[in-house]
Design a protein around this ligand. Structure first.
Ligand SMILES: Nc1ncnc2c1ncn2[C@@H]1O[C@H](COP(=O)(O)OP(=O)(O)O)[C@@H](O)[C@H]1O
Ligand SMILES: [Mg+2]
Length: 152
């Protein structure tokens, strides 16, 4: 498995602790459609290299057959919803470990699989303060839905 190294400069880097990595790794065990992290050294995240394209390449997505487009949209919905099903000893009942930047640029189509990248966007969120960016998911879904009908 080849490695992709990402240097994290944003405010997201503060939470890249061992505790966060343990939670991310157990999330990967739960849903291996998130990108696999091999290790974190300083602010460098070493992850698996995904030799694919991001879903914002709409011309490419449009060129796929209907069955594949339908598979992609189903996977995007399922990856998003799965976040609400994950339980772990670090998470209280009101918590979810969620990706706060869930949109087409952070989803890839690789080896006939849909994968979620930008792993440091995952943090523990409390549903008691609903600040998860749901709009990004809904807009992505609307865009994919639009493309699904094109050419049919
Ligand atoms: N694991 C990976 N394998 C291959 N390409 C990647 C991987 N992670 C990111 N990329 C590429 O780098 C781009 C930016 O990555 P991302 O993690 O989303 O960074 P940012 O935090 O700047 O949004 C992606 O759109 C993708 O093209
Ligand atoms: Mg990104």
């Amino acid at each position: 498995m080849n490695t992709y190294v990402k240097k994290v400069f944003t405010e997201n880097r503060q939470h890249l602790t061992n505790n966060w990595l343990d939670t991310y790794k157990s999330y990967y065990e739960f849903d291996n459609r998130v990108v696999k992290i091999k290790k974190i050294s300083g602010y460098n995240i070493h992850m698996e290299l995904l030799d694919g394209i991001t879903l914002d390449n709409l011309d490419y997505i449009k060129s796929l057959d209907f069955k594949t487009k339908r598979f992609i949209i189903d996977e995007v919905v399922d990856i998003f919803c799965n976040q609400f099903k994950f339980r772990n000893e670090n998470l209280r009942l009101a918590h979810i470990f969620a990706h706060n930047d869930f949109y087409l640029k952070n989803l890839m189509y690789h080896n006939n699989k849909v994968r979620l990248i930008d792993p440091e966007s995952f943090t523990i969120k409390t549903l008691l303060r609903p600040d998860l960016r749901y709009g990004k998911f809904f807009e992505s879904l609307a865009t994919l839905n639009h493309i699904l009908g094109e050419g049919e």
